[in-house]
Design a protein around this ligand. Structure first.
Ligand code: SF4
Length: 677
């Protein structure tokens, strides 16, 4: 018998769609959008509808615990029982702890699933109690933007995406909404249809939404701060700043403007590689069109100036007084709309005082560092595919292949990273477990129950770490907490918006709006900055103290390699999730501008080698003007089977840090390209 059951998409995507899942004899046969969440309103992306059933039931699904019997990376395993697997993990990790101390153990997890429970709950309790090294995960993606937001506005939300429909100007800055923020596209279309809104897209690549825009500013990657400064300088010259709003609500105006005023439009045009007229047009529209909504995506954070670029864009509505009005401001900071209680959920207080914190971006370097004390001798890889998504893939591989490293893997399917693990534990997908879902792109809280029982012998992440905690002798109710109790620890049950309903009992057929006393969050109307000064901080004491960055800055990234390589998200994967699906079988093309191709004597269809000092990848060339001269692009997240030499685009990405959050700099990749075969 076929039945429809409600669920929620858990993937690393700002939209967190509500779903209807059709189940027949414990198998998922269809996934559609549902209307439980009025924002996502029955619409979902193609990849989830197409690929999720096979992800759950396909041939790559992990059905039992496994022990490695081949070489690391070879992918040869034998089946073992859960008892054997837990015993082996306990025995090997205990030996590491006895010889090197607990900090020689590292959880290497990221954001495969985004529900509170699967993402970071019982697992963190386990690692904190063990005394394992702590991992700062945000630098891999999103951390730079979050830190820029915290420094500028503090922990408060921006406008909810639905307000974009009210705008007369929408700016999608570094956000390929068609593929990575789907529901913003329909809100932009509503704004254009109803209000005649102008659409500006700032993106080095001519994405689909850029093709539809009234103005597409195809800037050179990593120069967003210069562009935003030039727009600000032009606004000041045109009388477009709001002195009264600035006087009352902005901190650090003069110090900030001292930098801005050094930027002439002509200089910015040269640095950013865009016509002066486009900078002036953007400034004119930003001055004259209100309400104006800006959505800052992840694209502009992935370089050494990433935090500065985002801060300079965040400054625009404050300098022009375009806050406090519905439909105006920034569609960012959604995560701060939820009453999260991470201290109760993950129990960081259990970690011994002085436990070191490692930046996730540096894990590959640490795994290869003979001077690191204590060395990393055991890793737990879960919710993550580090071999595919970390910068400097070859360095990560050299780390994971170490025979003296004990690696525990935990995933739904056999990934490239799992093949390097000594023990692989089969995790249930979110369709097989309970969870509660916040979002980083909208203001709706959602809960989902399992729609099918665990496939094979798989277990939810929470149960896997409950069993590990018991094996390690971690006693006490917090290690036995049920999934319902964990949900009740994930958000504040006393928050008025829950109306007394425990989080674990929220209805699954509708989403709960996160509002400010029933009103939409609108900065300077229903919510105010929570910075040290209570103002919008263009000069930030928080960022000065944490990163030595009181003000945004710009540094030229220098390299002997001539081309900038960007590697944005594709429409076939969420980062590397679904990289094992049929739709991801092919090797993605390298897009190159005709001028760059001609200079190298290259034609579309030619296989090219793309290289720098870190590695080399082989890709089919696509000569196209969707990228500007000097910039080449390919898509991130493909698995090793798409490569003929065991390297994908991450092999070319340098491991240095951005100006905020110690963040990854994917777009600082510089390469040369030549014919390969
Ligand atoms: S990946 Fe994003 S757009 Fe696609 S179903 Fe999930 S939340 Fe919705």
């Amino acid at each position: 018998m076929r039945v429809d059951r409600p669920s929620v998409c858990p993937l690393d995507c700002p939209d967190t769609c509500s779903l209807t899942v059709t189940v027949e004899e414990d198998r998922i046969v269809q996934i559609r959008g549902s209307r439980a969440n009025s924002l996502t309103a029955g619409v979902i992306c193609t990849k989830v509808a197409r690929d999720f059933p096979d992800f759950v039931h396909g041939e790559r699904r992990l059905l039992t615990p496994l022990r490695r019997v081949g070489r690391k990376g070879e992918g040869v395993f034998e089946r073992i029982s859960w008892d054997q697997a837990l015993d082996l993990v306990h025995e090997r990790v205990t030996a590491v702890v006895l010889e090197h101390g607990p900090q020689a153990v590292l959880p290497l997890n990221y954001a495969g699933p985004h529900g509170f429970l699967a993402y970071a709950s019982m697992d963190l309790r386990f690692f904190h109690r063990l005394g394992a090294s702590l991992l700062d995960r945000k630098p891999l993606c999103g951390g730079i933007r979050t830190e820029a937001w915290l420094g500028t506005f503090g922990p408060v939300p921006g406008i909810r995406p639905e307000q974009v429909a009210l705008a007369k100007l929408v700016i999608a800055w570094g956000n390929n909404v068609t593929w990575s923020n789907l529901h913003l596209t329909s809100l932009i279309n509503q704004a254009r249809r109803r209000n005649g809104a102008k659409l500006v897209v700032v993106d080095p690549r001519r994405t689909k939404i850029a093709e539809q825009a009234d103005l597409h500013v195809a800037l050179r990657p990593g120069t967003d701060v210069v562009l935003a400064w030039a727009v600000t300088a032009e606004l000041e010259r045109r009388g477009g700043l709001d002195p009264e709003f600035i006087r009352r609500h902005v901190h650090g105006f003069e110090a900030y403007m001292a930098r801005v005023r050094e930027v002439r439009v002509a200089d910015a045009a040269r640095i950013c590689g865009v016509p002066e007229a486009e900078i002036r047009q953007l400034a004119e529209w930003y001055q004259t069109l209100s309400p104006a909504a800006i959505s800052v995506g992840n694209g502009l954070e992935r370089n050494q100036n990433g935090g500065s670029g985002i801060r300079a864009v965040f400054a625009l509505p404050a300098l022009t007084g375009k806050l406090g009005v519905p439909g105006s401001g920034l569609v960012n900071g959604a995560g701060f709309a939820f009453p999260k209680t991470p201290g109760r959920l993950g129990r960081p207080d259990l970690a011994p005082p002085g436990t070191r914190t490692l930046n996730i971006v540096d894990v590959g370097a640490h795994l290869n560092d003979p001077t690191l004390r204590p060395p990393i001798k055991a890793v737990f890889i879960y919710n993550h595919n580090p071999l595919i998504v970390h910068p400097d893939q070859n360095r990560m591989r050299r780390g994971l292949v170490r025979e003296d490293l004990f690696a525990v893997g935990c995933d739904v399917v056999m990934t490239d990273s799992m093949t390097y693990c000594d023990v692989v534990l089969p995790a249930s997908s979110h369709f097989e477990s309970h969870d509660l879902y916040p979002s980083y792109g909208h203001h709706w809280l959602q809960r989902a129950e399992p729609v099918i029982p665990p496939v094979g012998e798989s277990l939810p992440n929470t149960e896997i770490f409950r069993r590990l905690a018991a094996r390690f002798g971690f006693d006490g109710p917090i290690f036995r907490a049920s999934d319902a109790e964990l949900m009740d620890d994930a958000v504040d049950p006393a928050d008025a918006r829950l109306a007394g309903i425990p989080p674990s009992r929220l209805p699954t057929d509708r989403a709960l709006a996160m509002t400010a006393d029933g009103e939409d969050f609108v900065l300077f109307r229903s919510v105010f900055p929570k910075t040290p000064t209570g103002k919008v901080e263009l000069e930030s004491s928080y960022l000065a103290e944490k990163y030595g960055q009181p003000l945004p800055g710009y540094r030229l990234y220098e390299s002997s390699y001539p081309l900038v390589l960007i590697s944005p998200a594709s429409d076939r994967r969420i980062s590397s999730t679904f990289g094992g699906s049929k739709a991801s079988d092919g090797t993605p093309p390298l897009e190159m501008h005709p001028e760059d191709a001609e200079r190298r004597g290259l034609r579309s269809g030619t296989w090219v080698r793309v290289w720098n000092d870190l590695g080399e990848v082989h890709l089919p060339l696509k000569v196209t003007d969707v990228v500007p001269p000097g910039v080449v692009a390919t898509f991130k997240g493909t698995w090793l089977r798409t490569s003929d030499n065991g390297q994908t685009v991450s092999a070319l990405v340098p491991g240095h840090h951005a100006d905020l959050s110690g963040g990854a700099c994917f777009n600082d990749t510089r390469v040369e390209v030549a014919a390969y075969r």
